[in-house]
Design a protein around this ligand. Sequence first.
Ligand code: TRP
Length: 340
Amino acid sequence: MFLFLYSGGMKKISLTGIKPTGILHIGNYFGAIKPALKLAEEYDARYFIADYHALNTMKNPKELSATIREVAAGWLAAGLDPEKVIFYRQSSVPETFELTTILMAFTAKGLLNRAHAYKAAVQENSEKGEDPDAGINMGLFTYPVLMAADILLFDSDVVPVGQDQGQHVEMAQDIARAINFNYKAELLRVPEASIQEHVAVMPGLDGRKMSKSYNNIIPLFAPEKQLRQLIMRIVTNSQGVEEPKDPDASLIYLLYKLFASAEEQQALAARYRAGGMGWGDAKEELFRVANRELSPLRERFEHIIADIPRLDATLARGAERARSIAAQTVDRLRRATGIA
Ligand code: TRP
């Protein structure tokens, strides 16, 4: 029989990491931020800025430091309540890195060889005729172990992530099970991913997935003027004003649905089908509802980002709460392993 050694609170625990590698866009907002904040109503939530994960790709200190603050301010502006959610920076919880070292001893190298992100990098190299390991650092290779430590440190039950992160959560499960099996005790809680299905299909301005690398994003905090310009730049087909149009085949309508009420959606769909509405009008409607939802967010963001010391203090308080939980996990593992 297994002994259950981790703390069992009343509420289940939801945990996710946010990699600060670029400015937040509306794909992040609808695909990750909103669903995670919704989960936080029901779960004990622990959300953190995965700044050491970002270091793998971001080597410019000014840029990394600014992005960390922008992303943190963005989540607060979107409604994260730091009194309710434990909100912190990964780098402020050094127990993460001690647990990573422990997990390493239980992680098969072959497991990491199979990680999608690493395999894709190797494949890209071989397609270019380069050395398979060209440009690949150990941070990328061991990325899933650090992520497993993030998760396992906090007795997480559910991990809300995009589809691309599902494999990483499975690896965290594998590693937790290997440790529990070896010590014949339930030392680490085995987490479940909560996959946000629609993240993958969030369309960008050109109809492809919204992504910084496609240069097709709508920044979440774009000034009003830029928001309008970006929407006006959406590529449409050559249907004339009078022609009836299919709302479900229209990127403008797809984006409109994210921001509009059910009645508004029906009304605009009817105008599409009736004909007599040009693409310019549809874009105006989209701008109106997008700006309605995003203006208050933008204002809160500007307010928060204008006071970095206060923002840092908020994150430091979160880190303090996080560390008191993390210390217990590491202590449990140190004893179980015989290190303590
Ligand atoms: N790898 C995640 C991403 O790129 C970020 C992340 C780091 C994470 N640690 C985590 C997500 C722990 C969930 C749980 O999006």
